[in-house]
Write a protein that binds this ligand. Structure first.
Ligand code: AMP
Ligand code: ZN
Length: 469
């Protein structure tokens, strides 16, 4: 594998080398389940899905973990406002998340650990951090003392002065020793209501950053290959994950940190707080098909901001329609003898596809390679070089590309019906009936009629197939 990825840690495009050849462990920060995720969130999860799919396409076995943040200020607030348990409240949004994930054909991670099911792991992590002098108690909460971690700021490339900016306001609430310190364990407050855990750290709940450190450590080990998330997570979330895990283990948490850019709407980041968001359900109501949403959300390079326009559906349909038309062409193709040329084209396009994806996931170019094959196949269909054997080979090639893209619908493609199909079928039947009764004049007349309509017919294995010229 020749994959190269932009690593936020080094600020370079580095060759991707996994710890164990042929095996990749990856972690994606999952959703905070206090509301339905919007398509911006899903773009980030789609990028992880693309990475996973491409790693597998390149012959790797991937173990992918994505956490579910089911405890934080927002989930607690939501549950308490409705007077239901945190579990009942978050279950609702977890179900919605998985429904949308399936609609978007995002492959399932191997594990979706919930933060609330890993409290003992988090508590023991904090105890250990305290033991090593990285944590201290203040105001009944427990904080990470970042001056004890010399590499703090390395991922985010921030120095001590920059770290102070913006942290001051939030810090007023707590009696931290240093404004930059962050909470590992938050003591219970009245607003938390019935949501708390009685532990050796006191009555309270874990901080958000701690959740990911504890769960990645448990399921992927002290040091794993790839950590992903949106760019907004670089600081402070991922920087804090590093401080926590590496403060304990002394080993690099992840060797590669991949961050994807945000989805924008009219020049602004799509976000719940701005109210400028769409959910998958919103788009379906507007007439979008799930595969069209997937196609639109994958557009562009993962490190480039993508602007989403709900009215871009026509251009999305035109793009996917080019592929669908090719699938229909293949289904109706007659002839043969194009095997060698087809196989050459497939090998060429596969090379282009891999070269593009290997180059820091240059998805737009990779997609262009697939559309080049669409053009090649159409040309071969037109030259009547596609018979049964070639048809199977072409289908297999598109299926393989689709194992990465996930929206081609090679087999399940709803065949776009020809508007004149019923009429043409009737004419073909009339011709066959005339031939059967040896009425050659009538059979020729009908064939000419079909030819006038631009229809070519061919008798194949006792069946008459037709296609447009
Ligand atoms: P949250 O559910 O808020 O914890 O966010 C889940 C993921 O969605 C994080 O990795 C965020 O970086 C990402 N995210 C949030 N807003 C956007 C956006 N507009 N475009 C892309 N990703 C986003
Ligand atoms: Zn995380």
């Amino acid at each position: 594998m020749d994959l190269r990825l932009y690593n936020t840690l080094t600020r370079r495009v580095d060759p991707f080398v996994s710890r164990e050849t042929g095996k990749v462990g990856m972690y994606t920060c999952g959703p905070t389940v206090y509301a339905g995720a919007h398509i911006g969130n899903f773009r980030t999860f789609l990028i992880s899905d693309l990475v996973r799919r491409y790693l597998e396409y390149s012959g790797n076995k991937v173990f992918w973990v994505m956490n579910l943040t089911d405890i934080d200020d927002k989930t607690i607030k939501g549950a308490n406002a409705e007077g239901i348990s945190l579990r009942e409240y978050t279950d609702r949004y977890i179900k919605l998340f998985f429904d949308d994930l399936d609609l978007l054909r995002i492959t399932r991670a191997d594990l979706y650990p919930r933060a609330t099911e890993h409290i003992p792991e988090m508590v023991s992590m904090v105890e250990e951090l305290k033991g090593k002098g990285h944590a201290y108690a203040a105001d009944d909460s427990i904080y990470y003392k970042i001056e004890t971690f010399s590499d703090y700021g390395k991922l985010a490339r921030l120095n001590a002065d920059e770290l102070r900016i913006g942290e001051r306001v939030a810090s007023d609430e707590y009696e931290k020793e240093d404004v930059r310190d962050f909470a590992l364990w938050k003591s219970w407050g009245e607003d938390d209501g019935p949501v708390y855990w009685e532990t050796s750290l006191g009555k309270g709940r874990p901080g958000w950053h701690l959740e990911c450190s504890a769960m990645s450590l448990k399921y992927l080990g002290e040091s794993f290959d790839l950590h992903l998330g949106g760019v907004d997570l670089i600081f402070p979330h991922h920087q804090n994950e590093i401080a926590q895990t590496e403060g304990l283990t002394g080993k690099p948490l992840a060797r590669y940190w991949v961050h994807s850019e945000h989805l924008f709407v009219n020049g602004q980041k799509m976000s719940k707080s701005l109210g400028n968001f769409y959910t998958v359900g919103d788009l379906i109501k507007l007439g979008w098909k799930p595969r069209e949403i997937r196609y639109a959300l994958l557009a562009g390079h993962y490190r480039t901001r993508t602007n989403f326009q709900a009215d871009s559906i026509e251009s999305v349909r035109a793009g996917l329609g080019r592929f669908d038309a090719c699938a229909v062409n293949l289904q109706h193709s007659t002839g043969g003898g194009g095997k060698i040329e087809l196989e050459q084209k497939i090998a060429e396009r596969d090379k282009e596809f891999r070269a593009a994806m290997d180059d820091d996931l240059n998805y737009p170019e990779a997609l262009a390679a697939v559309f080049n094959l669409v053009r090649d196949v159409n040309t071969l269909c037109q030259a009547r070089a596609i018979g049964q054997e070639e048809y199977q080979i072409a289908r297999e090639a598109f299926r393989k590309f689709d194992s990465v893209l996930g929206f081609l619908d090679v087999d399940g493609a709803e065949e776009t019906p020809d508007p004149e199909a019923a009429e043409i079928d009737a004419l073909v039947e009339a011709r066959n009936a005339a031939r059967k009764s040896k009425n050659w004049t009538e059979a020729d007349r009908v064939r000419d009629l079909l030819a006038e309509k631009g229809i070519v017919i061919e008798d194949r294995a006792g069946k008459t197939v037709w296609r447009r010229k």
